[in-house]
Write a protein of this length. Structure first.
Lengths: 309, 329
């Protein structure tokens, strides 16, 4: 049986349902790299070019850890996650980066994902199916369709209703899923907040219609899809007064987020001087800086609330 | 007399204060941490003890600063609180109407906004420590000036020369360039202050309005050139409080005082004897999983006081949580 490895990093946190369903329909066995740990990160740092952002470095570590145990590693080229809006430049170039930096490029599968080029996308995934087992065109079509459906379903399941609620602090956590879900990079930020009794709201839980509505008033549309989701979800919480504070989590060296962060900080201030905290993650292993900021932020929210009541 | 002890151990300086029952400062000590926080705390306590009359009773003690947990383990702190809240509480004591606090320390800089005596927003430098005390120290040393005369020199300048403040590496090469082309030293020094202030305002404030009164505190507030540059940039005076360099310690001592007075609890303070104890710190790698966490351990003789550093929590020991004392404010 052919084994395909999927790095548990970056776009895994968006598209795994699609990838897994498709690969398994092609008769492949899918294995994941382990959750990020020190060894993976160190490997990634060794491989990567120093200027690149941390999540890409982590990703390279994950690919490296898979390479010896699988027949293929899946690194799709995600160009347009939705129509007319792009994924970030480093993600666009991800397959090329992996090809250059890792020793056995023949073991890579890098099909296209692009909402504006559906035909080419399907062709490239058909290519993958052929490499794996040689599915007939009709079987491929069915597998592909099932995979897209699984993806849609998984995305829908993440959405939830937000409504004003009393008691407890409510914090909107803005950040790419590949950072927020990586407990190693973020020192279990989400868990820490929840343990403190904070209601944590995540961008991926917000309906896309709400995101579209919330970003309508911006002077111009946001160029990158993932950033649009981050900004839109945050604006949705801010405009509807659903949160007590906003935390933006991003990695040092992230180009798009260096812009969205300023935009959000300004918007949060405009709407009732909503407290805003920036948390920047890089290769630091010490959590002291994170803890100080987090403690102070929670204290401040509690203090404000105490004063208001 | 009942007193309250506050200890602030930061990257560069270690500060201790004693407050009386009314929250007034009896005495304080400011010394350099020099990479050895425990020794700095012991030395500070020793100096304070030597000045005390024997009828003082420590009713409570608190710790803050980046080494607050370590300090708590050593002194037996009743209250552990982060430096942002501590600094705000101290600023409120000296300037009850304060709206904005500029705080520049050894390796961090922050701005805190207040409204109706409550912290409503703050920002802290992110990854880069450009423009903090360490950099000024370094530049003073490079020019062969004690940091005190560096500050005086900046006041003598008629104007500052343009220096890039975005990054300390660029700032330094800019300064050298100016110096090699014959600009007077005081103008370069003041130019540096202006660059740091510009960097501070751009990086932390992000266009948010600065409302007076502004309190400027932290070790760098001793630098008159920085104060002048802030006042010129803002167009109104900034207040440097009397104990500007030990405000964190004052803040946590105030919080401790309130906490002890309201709960009537007995202090955990281990007493001034600790200045003679031998502490050892050790670290080792845990090989329980592929994270290979580095565990730090603090011991007093054979007794383990605290241990931390593991991601899964299996080695953690001692006080690792901040005190939840907000209902006492």
């Amino acid at each position: 049986m052919i084994i395909v490895g999927v790095p548990r990093a970056l776009l895994y946190y968006y598209y795994f349902p699609f990838w897994k369903t498709f690969l398994e329909s092609c008769g492949a066995k899918v294995i994941l790299s382990p959750p990020t740990n020190k060894r993976l990160l160190e490997k990634g740092l060794e491989l990567a070019e120093s200027e690149i952002c941390l999540p890409v470095k982590v990703f390279l570590g994950h690919v490296q850890s898979l390479i010896s145990q699988v027949d293929f590693v899946l690194v799709p080229r995600v160009v347009k996650p939705e129509r007319r809006s792009y994924s970030c430049p480093k993600l666009l170039g991800l397959p090329d980066m992996v090809k250059t930096l890792l020793p056995s490029p023949s073991a890579l599968l890098f099909p296209l994902q692009d909402r504006d080029r559906k035909k080419e996308m399907a062709e490239e995934w058909f290519e993958v199916a052929r490499k794996l087992k040689g599915l007939s065109f009709w079987k491929f079509k069915r597998a592909y369709w099932e995979a897209l459906k699984a993806q849609k379903k998984a995305e829908k399941e993440k959405k939830r209703d937000f409504y004003p609620r009393n008691g407890g602090l409510k914090i909107g956590l803005v950040g790419h899923p590949y950072i927020l879900n990586d407990t190693y990079i973020t020192h279990s930020l989400v868990k820490r907040l929840r343990e403190r009794g904070v209601y944590v709201y995540l961008s991926e839980e917000v309906e896309s219609s709400q995101i579209r509505k919330a970003t309508r008033k911006l002077p111009k549309p946001i160029f990158w899809s993932y950033e649009k989701e981050l900004v839109g979800s945050a604006l949705f919480w801010i405009q509807n007064k659903l949160i007590d504070g906003l935390i933006m989590v991003y990695s040092f060296g992230c180009g798009p987020d260096s812009l969205t962060q300023v935009l959000l900080e300004t918007e949060a201030f405009k709407y009732g001087e909503l407290p805003f905290l920036n948390l920047v993650f890089d290769e630091h292993t010490s959590e002291a800086g994170l803890l100080t900021r987090l403690e102070a932020f929670l204290d401040m929210l509690a203090w404000r609330k105490l004063n208001a009541s | 007399m009942d007193v309250y002890l506050g200890v602030d151990v930061g990257s560069v300086s270690t500060n201790l204060v004693l407050l009386d029952d009314e929250g007034e400062v009896i005495t304080y000590e400011y010394l350099r941490t020099q990479g050895q926080p425990i020794r700095a705390v012991q030395e500070g306590l020793k100096r304070i003890y030597s000045r005390l009359s024997s009828n003082l009773v420590v009713k409570g003690c608190g710790s803050t600063g980046s080494a607050r947990f370590l300090t708590a383990a050593v002194i037996g702190a009743d209250v552990v609180k982060n430096e942002i809240i501590s600094h705000a509480l101290a600023a409120l004591k000296f300037e009850p109407q304060v709206r904005t606090i500029f705080e520049i320390g050894g390796q961090d800089s922050k701005v805190t906004f207040l409204k109706d005596q409550v912290v409503v927003d703050f920002a802290m430098n992110t990854i880069c420590a450009a423009g903090t005390g360490s950099f000024l120290d370094h530049q003073a040393a490079r020019l062969g000036l004690p940091i005190e005369s560096f500050s005086e020199l900046a006041l003598k300048a008629k104007k500052g020369v343009q220096i890039a403040g975005r990054c300390t590496v660029f700032a330094e090469s800019d300064m050298i360039h100016r110096q090699q082309t014959g600009y007077p030293l005081e103008e370069i020094v003041y130019g540096l202050c202006q660059a740091l202030v510009r960097n501070y305002l751009n990086n932390l404030l992000k266009g948010k309005p600065v409302n007076p009164p502004v309190v400027f505190q932290g070790g760098v507030a001793a630098n008159k050139g920085m104060r002048r540059a802030f006042e010129e940039a803002l167009g109104f005076p900034v207040v440097v409080p009397p104990y500007f360099n030990v405000m964190g310690a004052i803040g946590v001592a105030l919080l401790t005082r309130t906490y002890i007075q309201k709960t009537g609890k007995d202090t955990n303070f281990k007493g001034f004897e600790i200045v003679d104890f031998a502490y050892a710190t050790e670290s080792f790698y845990c090989d329980g999983c592929s994270n290979n966490c580095e565990i730090a351990e603090i011991r007093q003789g054979k007794k383990i006081l605290a241990r931390w550093g593991s991601r899964c929590g299996k080695w953690e020991m001692g006080n690792l949580e901040e005190s939840q004392v907000f209902s006492f404010l």
